[in-house]
Design a protein around this ligand. Structure first.
Ligand code: GRF
Length: 191
C-alpha cells in the first residue's frame, strides 16, 4: 500500500497541483484529499480539475482540530503536506501525526520565517535586505510557525536586477522542482 497524503492549502495551489501531477505519475504516494481554510481559494478549482476531493474548514476548526482529524483518520491519511497554508496546525493533529506533517517555506529558514512572513512579504524583505541569495526550505511542522526541523533547502543567487516578483518566480521554480521528490522521500520511507 502506498502512503495516502492530504494537502493543506490556503490559496492558489500551484504546488498542490504539481504534487498531485507528480504523484499520479510516480504512483509512490497518493494525494487523497485537499483541505483549505478558504472556500474561495483557487486550489479548489485545481482539485476539481485533477479529480481530488477538496474540503473547507473555518479558522475555528483549525484551532480546535477534531473534525479535521476525523476526516484524516476516516480517509486513512498517513501524512500531511502544507503547500501555501497560512494557519497554525492544532496540537491534536500534531500529536496524531508526529514527524508526518511537512511544510514548504519560500526562504532559507531561519531567515525570513515566522508570523507575517508569507508570499510577497518574504521576497520583499529579502530584496530590501540586499540578500545575496535566497531559496526554499522544506521542514517538519511543529506548534510554532516555521520552526520545525529542516529536511531540505535549495538556493539561488540574487542578481542586482532581481525584483521581489522575479525572486518569487525563481522560488516557485525551485519549489516545483524539489517539493514532490522530497515529499516522496519523507513519506515513502516512513510507510
Ligand atoms: C509558496 O511559495 C510556498 O512556499 C508558500 O506559499 C506559496 C504557495 O504558492 N508557503 P502556491 O499556492 O503553491 O501557488
Amino acid at each position: 500500500m502506498i502512503p495516502k497524503i492530504a494537502i493543506l492549502s490556503s490559496g492558489n495551489g500551484s504546488n498542490a497541483e504539481n504534487l498531485v501531477l507528480y504523484s499520479k505519475n510516480a504512483k509512490t504516494f497518493e494525494i487523497a484529499l485537499i483541505i483549505s481554510n478558504k472556500e474561495s481559494a483557487f486550489v479548489h478549482e485545481r482539485a476539481k480539475k485533477l479529480g481530488i476531493t477538496s474540503f473547507t474548514f473555518p479558522k475555528s476548526e483549525f484551532e480546535e482540530g477534531n473534525k479535521i482529524l476525523e476526516l484524516l483518520t476516516k480517509n486513512s491519511i498517513d501524512g500531511v503536506i502544507l503547500a501555501g497554508f497560512l494557519l497554525r496546525i492544532p496540537p491534536v493533529i500534531l500529536q496524531a501525526y508526529p514527524d508526518r506533517i511537512i511544510n514548504i517555506h519560500p526562504s532559507l529558514l531561519p531567515k525570513y520565517g515566522g508570523k507575517g512572513m508569507y508570499g510577497m512579504n518574504v521576497h520583499q524583505a529579502v530584496k530590501e535586505a540586499n540578500e545575496q541569495e535566497t531559496g526554499i526550505t522544506i521542514h517538519y511542522v511543529n506548534e510554532n510557525y516555521d520552526e520545525g526541523n529542516i529536511i531540505f533547502q535549495a538556493k539561488f543567487a540574487i542578481l542586482s536586477s532581481d525584483t521581489p516578483e522575479s525572486i518569487a518566480s525563481k522560488v516557485h521554480e525551485l519549489e516545483y522542482k524539489h517539493f514532490p521528490k522530497v515529499s516522496e522521500t519523507v513519506f515513502v520511507n516512513k510507510k
